[in-house]
Design a protein around this ligand. Structure first.
Ligand code: ZN
Length: 169
């Protein structure tokens, strides 16, 4: 992925715009379900994404950006579900946090691979900087996941994080 600076900036603006929109949806969902703490976290993420987008736009200045195809930056859908079910699935804060984390990881991997592969030094510099911002977002979500209860109904469906159960008598 060796982008020119305008190509890279176009992707970065699109990625941050997408993140802000998805976080706004997640915040509204959490608020509708009276989970004000997680709603507030997602509203902070909206704010960070918008700030980041504005910083990138300031860097763009007079540079003319190319148009992108939407698949190049859209967030992934929630795993294993689609349509109306996806909405219900994301109403659970744990799942919403996991979903956000997954997409933050994708953004981080995207930026870091551009940072490593690009031949343009300015693209490399910016992409590495953005990758570390995304790593901070992943950390923030991890902290929240650690204090959010995993819904017990999904344990069977997802053995990856099956808790170790100790039986004591
Ligand atoms: Zn982010």
């Amino acid at each position: 992925m060796s982008y020119t600076l305008p190509e890279f900036l176009a992707h970065a603006v699109a990625l941050e715009t997408e993140a802000a929109e998805r976080y706004l949806e997640l915040a509204d969902m959490m608020e509708a379900h009276r989970n004000d703490e997680v709603a507030a976290l997602f509203r902070d993420m909206v704010h960070f994404s918008q700030m980041h987008r504005d910083e990138i736009k300031a860097r763009v200045g007079d540079i003319v950006l190319p148009k992108l195809k939407s698949w190049e930056y859209r967030w992934s859908s929630p795993p294993e579900v689609g349509g109306e079910e996806a909405f219900d699935y994301l109403l659970d804060p744990w799942h919403a946090l996991r979903y956000a984390r997954e997409n933050e990881v994708r953004a981080m991997e995207y930026y870091s691979s551009v940072g490593m592969q690009s031949t343009d030094p300015e693209v490399r510099r910016l992409a590495s900087e953005f990758a570390s911002e995304e790593a901070d977002h992943v950390d923030a979500l991890d902290k929240w996941l650690a204090r959010t209860q995993r819904p017990s109904t999904t344990w069977d469906a997802d053995p990856e994080i099956e808790p170790v159960r100790q039986h004591r008598s």
